[in-house]
Design a binder for this molecule. Structure first.
Ligand SMILES: O=C(O)CCC(=O)C(=O)O
Length: 301
């Protein structure tokens, strides 16, 4: 479980690093199975692999979607009890897994990810941050540092909606405005708010770097998304897999989240039931407490 200090850091900065959360056989199997998917992606076998143009215009593999359909390990890790506890503490509401992907920076040719906020915050019309904490859970499979194109983030801007950095080059974003490199090791986990500006440099080193991204969302945010998208089944794959995720953990004989007194786990949703936890309306209060001049300053880089 997270300390109050860690929870406060998350809400103040818009990200949180948790060391050595995935360990032993679970980490080894995750790394092995990710390598299988990566080999298929590089060989252009199978579907839902994504590529970006490399330096010579060639297609460089960088990502695979729907990992839950590619192996039990990806489902089992998604209901790791330590991860679920920490997410529940930061969301402060019932939540579900919604979607997942593997992001790969190949050795020597890994492509950069331009600075951005995750959808929908890239759109200028999103003037405010939605009042429920919303972040991705990034499970690191390899060392990720400034040497091999780690993610960088600009802390403290996640509560002001869209941030305009359209006049800034990527190099300026890395060099100025308080960007921090998020340096991680295998088994470490990062929460990064979808509204936190972030980006990463190319990987020119001999060390590849991979992250298993899972987006868990509060049940209330998911319901809101379905209304906004006018699609009642939006984001339903993850929640529908909860029973099979629990079964995958059972099969590997790993600790189940249902065995933790701190968690309320059903086939529909997860909830953290102990302390410390994010209080109801916390982001709404934090957002309301930002003076207008401060907000205007934070919204422009
Ligand atoms: O892993 C990275 O370099 C960043 C990926 C990312 O920001 C994203 O997929 O939104």
């Amino acid at each position: 479980v997270l300390t109050q200090e860690q929870i406060d850091f998350f809400h103040a900065n818009g990200y949180l690093i948790m060391r050595k959360m995935i360990r032993g056989a679970e980490l080894e199997m995750l790394r092995e199975q990710a390598s299988v998917v990566q080999s298929q992606g590089v060989a252009k076998q199978g579907d839902r692999h994504l590529y970006k143009p490399g330096n010579n215009g060639e297609k460089v593999y960088w990502r695979s979607e729907r990992m839950w359909s590619r192996g039990d390990i990806f489902q089992a890790v998604t209901v790791n009890p330590d991860i679920l506890e920490n997410i529940g503490q930061c969301v402060g509401e019932p939540f579900v897994p919604v979607n997942d992907s593997l992001v790969v920076k190949l050795a020597h040719e890994g492509v950069p990810v331009p600075w951005h906020q995750d959808p929908p915050y890239g759109f200028p019309e999103v003037i405010d941050t939605f009042p429920i904490p919303n972040f991705t859970t990034d499970i690191y499979l390899d060392h990720s540092g400034t040497d091999n194109g780690c993610v960088w983030a600009i802390p403290g801007r996640h509560l002001v909606g869209h941030v305009d950095f359209s006049t800034r080059s990527d190099e300026e974003m890395f060099a100025r405005f308080g960007a921090v490199p998020v340096e991680m090791e295998p088994g470490d986990v990062l929460f990064h708010c979808i509204s936190t500006p972030h980006g990463s440099r190319p990987n020119k080193s001999p060390l590849q770097r991979r992250i298993f991204y899972v987006h868990y969302m509060s049940v209330s945010t998911l319901a809101d998304m379905r209304v906004k998208k006018k699609d009642e089944s939006w984001g339903s794959i993850g929640p529908s897999l909860i029973p099979s995720m629990l079964e995958a953990r059972r099969k590997f004989q790993w600790e189940l989240p249902t065995d933790r007194a701190t968690l309320d786990i059903t086939d529909q949703e997860f909830r953290f039931t102990a302390q410390p936890v994010t209080p109801a309306n916390h982001w709404a209060e934090l957002i309301a407490g930002i003076p207008a001049e401060t907000k205007a300053r934070l919204k422009k880089i």
